[in-house]
Design a protein around this ligand. Sequence first.
Ligand code: AHM
Ligand code: MG
Length: 342
Amino acid sequence: MTAKGLTLTRHILLEQRAHPAATGELSTLLAQIGLAAKIVARAVSRAGLVDILGVTDEINVHGEEIKRLDEYANQTFINVFGHSGLVCTLVSEEMEKPRHLPENCAQGKYILFFDPLDGSSNIDVNGPIGTIFSIHHRMSGHQHETPKEWLRVGTDQVAAGYVVYGPGTILVYTAGAGVHGFTLDPTIGEFLLSHENIRIPARGKTYSINEGNSALWQPQTRTFVDYLKEPDAGTGRPYSSRYVGALVADFHRTLLHGGIFLYPGDIKKPQGKLRLLYEAAPLAFVVEQAGGRAGTGTERIMDIRPTDLHQRVPLLIGSSEDVAMAEAFAQSRTKPGPQMRK
Ligand code: AHM
Ligand code: MG
């Protein structure tokens, strides 16, 4: 049992003690993610100044054009992990191909998958945004990496998590021993333990989906959402609707309060919108470690072996009972029977 207020680095080191064979590299890697998150958080907090002042410090110092924040966040991760000796390859939503860091490959045991700035359309309206990350071991015997190295099943993840840049900056991670959240104290520049051993409620009171797409939904999605809206005090319905439009923010609320987030396949986008390797799989690892569930409607997210680096998957994620119920609807051909209405 650890205490609130521990720094992220100290917490990671304490977790490492449970693995006597650990070399400390994973701990250093997670701490470096914390560093990248702080750099991105600083830029995010000043994003509004770009319109007012027309410049940022980055321009003044480096004489470069203003970069879009998502490019800036991506470059931050490249800078932080370049010459770190930790990560041989970076796979990012912002980069079509994996980015090799050959200087790290002699000793770097890991591959980092990440979405540097998720929900970036929220920047203009000062809404919450985030970063998502997923860490895999490099596969042994692969001196020269092949696509097999990057197309990894979620159950192989060593650690995963996300950062929310909201009213505060919160970093949440799992290394397979529970889920822990840290809030950035900007006055000392440290992430401090604020949410120890997060457990998602088995059932929630909210659903989160882009209802603007409802005309394109599969009938099963419509039936499920209609069901959640039907008043029934016995099952806590109607559920409330919440949708930020930034996956990390919608997921973070769902993790803390319970409920379900859905980005299903529809007529226009049969595979939905969200990407498997650096959006769905890491959040699935986190939610399962917190006692929740994540699937496509027919398959567990963590079991999907990707065939493409930027592959999309339908995502139903959140409280175990809510997601199980959504899956029962997704798999039903007809209107669900009364057993689902309990
Ligand atoms: P992004 O990674 O390019 O920002 O896109 C992913 C975002 C998610 O954060 C969010 O859940 C989803 O897109 C919202 O999509 P929509 O506007 O279709 O509801
Ligand atoms: Mg994204």
